[in-house]
Write a protein that binds this ligand. Sequence first.
Ligand code: OGA
Ligand code: MN
Length: 237
Amino acid sequence: MPGTLRMTAEITVSVTLPEVDIQPCAPQVESHLFEAIAQNLLTQGYSVHPGALPESLGDMLHDYVQRLPGGQFDPAGIGRDEQHTLVKTIRKDEICWITGDTPATKAWLDWTAELQAYLNRRLFLGLFSFESHFAHYAPGDFYKRHVDAFRGDTNRILSVVIYLNRDWRDENGGELILYQDREDTTGQKIKPSFGTIVTFLSEEFPHEVLPARSDRYSIAGWFRVNSTSTERVDPPN
Ligand code: OGA
Ligand code: MN
């Protein structure tokens, strides 16, 4: 166009981008599973996911528990602290509490922390802490029908059990029987096969472990609420 002055300017704009916190990809990878667990807990109070444990985590835990010296296991008891009595007619497994001081057990605690965070976001469960142990049932060992928490005791809210037994066969027994409620005497049988994840509300679902006929390895864990915030506190005089 005649008479029009065309100008080109080069402008340099300096923008400081906020630092992006790059998250490891695990939460996205697991979110399908965690969402399924959350949905199951909402609709039925429990979930059973065969073979759902992340392969690498299952492998690490399997190798770890296989190499754990027998001396690391203690006979399991019933109740906590001073009520901790060994009742061989009720349970016969041996256990090893998990502290997370090895790569395998740390990976387990990281994974359960992700699950805890997801369920808290999704279901507002207020899960605050987690404790778990390996369990070894030798042939003949069992755990009779029980609940993991008693109503009114604000402690264990959600139980999680995973199994570390490759090629578990029906004749090896050791099934978990999960009962729907205190009246249910039939229950549903769950094979303790490698990678199966079971969760259930600790106060609501009686369950038992049928006698194993082969060495049976699992991890049982419990998410707790913060009992200090629900305990009655007497005002100072
Ligand atoms: C438990 C328990 C179930 C299982 O340790 O409280 O119920 O299948 N374990 O190992
Ligand atoms: Mn139990």
